[in-house]
Write a protein that binds this ligand. Structure first.
Ligand SMILES: NC(=O)c1ccc[n+]([C@@H]2O[C@H](COP(=O)([O-])OP(=O)(O)OC[C@H]3O[C@@H](n4cnc5c(N)ncnc54)[C@H](OP(=O)(O)O)[C@@H]3O)[C@@H](O)[C@H]2O)c1
Length: 268
């Protein structure tokens, strides 16, 4: 295992909480995160009750750019060396943030990318890692970079979610290629499994068949496992490195997504 402080977004429940447990059980101080202070405090209490190391419990709505900037500043102060972009939503209806941005695209892709970019110098200094929690449904995405927020097309909840999970996978690969294998920071994406969480049962309205602990362990392995040191730009299903499917193989789409996203976030 590596020796790093690990920020896991969306670690109040489901796969993120299981991953936080596994990361902390491996001896790495974990920074918990969620949208609601009571749920973050509950998660911290559960881990500390088992004697597991919790470095901090932070609250930030990933739909709010200022809150993400604050989260990045706090993570930098805490010495975070591994970022797990895990928080996610599945919205059955098209909804917008207070800033008028479509929620699925913003919470699942745009603002995790913002957090990654804001932490990148720290991660480079610390020989860190970025892990994006993608999903196997990336292969069924229909990403239209002219309208990723469904402003002109009729909203399709499955495609909105799958598009954001495709973006998680493509951004990990594109960042890996741009910083290069010798940079000291690695970027990978994974499908953690199919787990009966709120996102799956209330959002997608399907039942899972994998235990949260197994999915959490797969996330934790990519975050702190010694066996994947130096591995970058890869996609995993559970612990198995796998070729992405469908648009997940499209390098030109990855490049255009990266450039559009950086422009959107004001980084070019
Ligand atoms: N479940 C599956 O079968 C499955 C399969 C493939 C991929 N995934 C991916 O796994 C990740 C975790 O999902 P899950 O299934 O474990 O779902 P979950 O139990 O519903 O957890 C979602 C987490 O994201 C946080 N979150 C949601 N909206 C947020 C926001 N606006 N700001 C900050 N945090 C927010 C939640 O925090 P609060 O509790 O504070 O709201 C919660 O901690 C997601 O990226 C999902 O796409 C899941």
């Amino acid at each position: 295992m590596v020796d790093q402080v690990v920020l896991i977004t969306g670690s109040t429940s489901g796969i993120g909480l299981a991953a936080a447990h596994a990361v902390a059980a491996a001896g790495n101080p974990v920074v918990l995160h969620g949208r609601r202070p009571d749920r973050v405090a509950d998660a911290a209490a559960r881990l500390t009750a088992e004697g597991l190391p919790v470095a901090a419990a932070l609250t930030a709505d990933l739909g709010d750019r200022a809150a993400v900037e604050q989260l990045a500043a706090e993570a930098g102060t805490l010495g975070v060396g591994v970022l797990v972009n895990n928080a996610g939503v599945y919205r059955r209806e098209r909804t917008e943030t207070a800033a008028g941005r479509e929620v699925t695209w913003t919470v699942n892709h745009l603002h995790p990318t913002l957090l990654t970019v804001l932490l990148l110098d720290d991660l480079l200094d610390r020989g860190g890692r970025v892990v994006n929690t993608s999903a196997v449904v990336h292969g069924r995405a229909r990403l239209d970079l002219d309208d990723p927020e469904f402003r002109t097309r009729r909203y399709n909840h499955f495609h909105a979610y799958a598009n954001s999970k495709l973006a998680n996978l493509l951004m990990a690969r594109e960042f890996a290629g741009r910083v290069g294998p010798d940079s000291g920071v690695t970027f990978n994406a994974l499908h953690p499994g199919v787990v009966s969480t709120a996102l799956l049962t209330e959002g997608m309205r399907v039942e899972g068949h994998d235990p949260a602990e197994v999915a959490g362990a797969a996330v934790a392995r990519l975050a702190v496992g010694a066996e994947v040191a130096g591995v970058t730009g890869c996609y995993f299903e559970g612990d198995v490195e796998t070729e992405p499917s469908g648009p997940g193989l499209d390098d030109d789409l990855a490049r255009r997504l990266h450039d559009d996203t950086m422009r959107d976030l004001g980084f070019d």
